[in-house]
Design a protein around this ligand. Sequence first.
Ligand code: KG4
Ligand code: ZN
Length: 351
Amino acid sequence: MKIIGIETSCDETAAGIVEDGRKLLSNVVSSSMDLHRIYGGVVPEIAARSHIEVINGVIEQSLKEARCDWQDIDSIAVTYGAGLGGSLLIGVMAARTLAITKKLPLFAANHVLGHVYANFITATSLPGYNVTSSPKFPMMAIIVSGGHSQLVLFYNHFDYILLGQTQDDAIGEAFDKVSKMLGLGYPGGPAVSAKAKDGNPDSFNFPIAKMPGYNFSFSGLKTAVLRRSQELIGEDYTFPSIKLANRLNEAQKADLAASFEYVACKTIVEKVKEAVNEYSPSSVVIAGGVAANRELRRQLTECIKSPLLMPDIKLCTDNGAMIATLGCFMSEFKVKQADPYSLDIAPNLTI
Ligand code: KG4
Ligand code: ZN
């Protein structure tokens, strides 16, 4: 069974084709990131307009890359939430139209769950992808993205419990805000990570927020970076202020970035360690944009003794292949199909 997945929840227009929920046949991603850069973050209207402009080409390219045409495709899966309303609408309308005209079943995919399902891709016909073995249940998922920081325990497909989540900012959001504070640009995660390579993670002793259960908090850490930056320059420019970043030298920025990255990752890893001890999962997987972070991968590999699976970095940030994979399992597990005449978006959808 071949499923095409369409993803437009934020600033990436993406389509990917996956066979039997395991084999990656294509993964085409067109990002409008460059258009947002000068504004320091995603501008929803620009993202939506960009989706309209490129979505047909992205879908066509994903078929071409997979050496398929529509007769080979068995179903369509599309992200209907969570995400930016205007952006979601473009993917959903494209998928609905295709489901009607091509007479194909339609599956409404939860974006966050899609990130987790990137871990089920275990083979590919594409060059340049690292694939892992398939996760086993019970499976613990560490979901770390721009909008989510959650620990979820899956007993089986579509049978899961939320162990804990952030009580304020998501970890990716903290990376993005610290990047802005230090004047490192957008998108923040990779920028902070690149700067951190030149810094010493022990320079500043930032606190790890102590939260009950398996919950996280990142807003205190973000404020701690701001306070240390203000102390370093001897002025209390409040954020957002470009003056603050301009007064820090490159070595100070690198040390702040490295110390922040180390503690942000440790905040996640400490809770994962506790949860793994309590639940003894057969697999631990990471999912979402921050799963691309090398420091997080390093700390997890060092600290988690359970079988740890990490998707290829290209499958961590938003993509259509993860939505196609989720769609394959929705089909296999007889999850209710969406009505192509009425499927609506759900910007605030939760897991
Ligand atoms: O999953 P994703 O592409 O979109 C959401 O669903 O939110 O995640 C985007 C987030 C952004 O906050 C971005 O800064 C962060 O993932 N990110 C990273 C890295 N690559 C992307 N954070 C840290 N290190 C990275 N290498
Ligand atoms: Zn995402």
